[in-house]
Design a protein around this ligand. Sequence first.
Ligand code: AMP
Ligand code: MN
Ligand code: MN
Ligand code: MN
Length: 276
Amino acid sequence: MNVDLHCHSTVSDGVLSPKQVAQRAHANGVSLWALTDHDEVGGLAMAEQTATELGMSFVPGVEISVTWLNKTVHIVGLGIDYQQPELIDSLSQVRSGRVKRAQKIAAALAKLGIEGAFEGALPFAANPEMVSRTHFARFLIDRGHCASMKEVFERYLGDNGPAHVPMQWTTLENAIAWIRNAGGVAVIAHPGRYSFNELQFDLLFDSFKDMGGQGIEVITGSHSPAQCLEYAHIAKRYDFEASCGSDFHGPEEGRFDLGSLPPLPKDLRPVWQRWV
Ligand code: AMP
Ligand code: MN
Ligand code: MN
Ligand code: MN
């Protein structure tokens, strides 16, 4: 079964519309699919409608930005009721600081000799409320300042980069509670991307579990083969359900297309068992 439970549309920082992402997932052979835009559920109705028309099973999702130990952690919510007013309202609060932050990013880039980045990044964001580092990255690549996303994050926008503006997102506790109260399952996104030490990781996994979190991404476009194995072990150790998602943002970006991921190691409990 081809499962892809993590990807983005123009509703956040993807380049294809929810409808186009659904069509591409289907064309690539995905049979169980979730759209998980950052901090926004506005694309899920169209995604669901398109998936249904194509006969592809759909799981409504979201990827919530969290600040934990002063670092950003992403929590994917799967199987949520995306019409729940409390969830919609909470996510709108998470999004609210993005425009101000984007202006600060632009000011930092101006100091580094790159002018007009705010005005330059905005046209890349279909939803200005969701303006993100990804949109700045597309602007920087488009104007020839960098050759790739990788270079943008290494030189400018990565968590230790000179144009990184820290954000206070929501708490881990809130994100898990919002997801659970909307009937969903909380999943730690791409754990291999976080720069925590071993003690901090243990604390993250313990806290997540205590707060009602149930899943972890084992197979993701962000993980090397070694990291997939590492987080398969973690899933077993903490008795987490395992998830699998490309984190697809666009055809020209990232290493993995929709539905092109390796299979989950056999001895894990797939988070999607409840939907098949
Ligand atoms: P933001 O929510 O504005 O902080 O932007 C975060 C987004 O930037 C992530 O969802 C990714 O799409 C992208 N991103 C973050 N770090 C990297 C990286 N090292 N390489 C490529 N894209 C990244
Ligand atoms: Mn993203
Ligand atoms: Mn993420
Ligand atoms: Mn993502």
